[in-house]
Design a protein around this ligand. Structure first.
Ligand SMILES: [Mg+2]
Length: 408
């Protein structure tokens, strides 16, 4: 089998960049770029076309060796990751088995997911109205009632929320006001009042969720070490699941393991990072130095599913847990997360359920609207990633100027 083409298309109202690899045997593989990157990553995906044409897509690793060095931390690992996932989709379809069989086989029939916001394919009615403790309480109370019986929910606080904007003198720094540069000034030493306020908001979340739902918190990046340690210690009695991205994270192109270790060693509150990191080498320092308790790689950024599995196993060997990231991965990324998570070792906690907008209804087949039950998704047994596009419906929704995978 040979790769004959690599194509992209953008679904307009969903801002979704989809990737397809075609072969000479009529089998195609699908993948998706994490949301909000469609307008600049299409040429980046297509850049790799010349490197992979004529190759056998079922020799996934051999194809990846041709392009892996041409990627980087988020967002520049997305294209390489998408190609990897499309290759596995082809390999699975060609062999007539789900991708998890090719990654070593599943060790679980259903995978635990955690809630990072809303339900897939549901009209989004849930949002944090403000950043007061009452707002957090109300928001958590509503999310607690979501179908799916989630056992873990994640909320944004600190520099990963509106607090630095809304709370006067939240930190010793400039007020972040520039919307086109979201990370500009969004860091600094938190004031005592800012820190107390943050803790009050977390207490409100905990009050709403009780102890039947684990509370995870996305916090930054942007915290400075003394405040990060104080926050983590202050939250110790609340038994939160983890504090994510305190120091680096999101789009930070480095990991600072020594600084993370200072925080992690100072507290019993679990410390988490990793969604922006590309390749196993990107995780090496964090894992080998025991710099965090939990890593959160995203299959759409780390370099793909097999890379994520390798890193999960290496982390397990070092006593580090894994809770893969996925909030913006869309329905195809969700399918990939299910496949790889089925194969991960026992350090697996749960993956972050992508928020798939209601507008995706009818565009993708293979993932039921009510797929989450008791916080789990059953692992499908269809070949490849187990997902297909409804071509007729997708054609009607393409961005102006786009054609269906560039077909005329
Ligand atoms: Mg995050």
């Amino acid at each position: 089998m040979k790769i004959t083409d690599l194509k992209c298309m953008v679904i307009g109202d969903l801002h979704a960049l989809l990737v397809r690899i075609d072969t000479d045997e009529g089998i195609s593989g699908l993948a998706q770029i994490e949301g909000s990157k469609h307008f600049y990553l299409k040429p980046h995906v297509l850049f790799y076309k010349r490197n992979i044409l004529e190759q056998d897509p079922t020799d996934v690793e051999r194809v990846m060796l041709r392009i892996r060095r041409l990627g980087a931390f988020k967002p520049w690992g997305s294209s390489v990751s998408a190609i990897e996932m499309a290759l596995w989709d082809i390999a699975g379809k060609a062999a007539g088995v789900p991708v998890y069989k090719l990654l070593g086989g599943k060790i679980r029939d259903k995978v635990r997911v955690y809630n990072g916001g809303d339900m897939p394919y549901a009209p989004s009615g849930l949002r944090l109205e403000g950043t007061s403790p009452e707002d957090y309480f109300n928001y958590a109370s509503k999310r607690k009632k979501l179908p799916g019986q989630f056992k873990i929910m994640k909320f944004g606080i600190g520099f990963h929320s509106g607090m630095p904007w809304t709370f006067p003198e939240y930190h010793y720094g400039e007020k972040p006001l520039e919307p086109r540069a979201p990370y500009l000034y969004q860091e600094g030493l938190t004031t005592e009042r800012g820190l107390k306020y943050t803790v009050e908001c977390v207490k409100s979340l905990k009050e709403a969720l009780g102890d039947e739902i684990g509370l995870a918190l996305d916090c930054g990046p942007g915290w400075k070490v003394p405040a990060a340690i104080r926050l983590a210690k202050a939250l110790e009695p609340l038994n939160v699941m983890w504090l994510e991205d305190l120091i680096t994270g999101d789009y930070t192109p480095y990991t600072l393991p020594d600084i993370y270790r200072q925080v992690t060693e100072s507290t019993s509150t679990p410390i988490h990072t990793g969604e922006q990191i590309y390749l196993r080498q990107g995780f090496q320092g964090l894992i080998e130095k025991h710099a965090v308790d939990i890593i959160g790689p995203d299959p759409c950024d780390i370099g793909g599913m097999a890379e994520l599995k390798w890193v999960a196993e290496y982390a397990d060997m070092h006593g580090i847990l894994i809770a893969p990231h996925g909030v913006g991965d869309g329905p195809i990324g969700l399918a990939a997360l299910v496949q790889v998570s089925a194969t991960l070792p026992q350090n697996y906690i749960a993956f972050e359920l992508p928020i798939v907008a209601a507008e995706w209804n009818g565009l993708v087949e293979g993932l039921a609207k009510d797929m989450v039950k008791n916080s789990f998704i059953e692992v499908p047994d269809k070949p490849g990633m187990g997902i297909e596009l409804n071509e007729k419906a997708v054609r009607k929704r393409l961005k102006e100027g786009e054609t269906y995978f560039d077909d005329e």
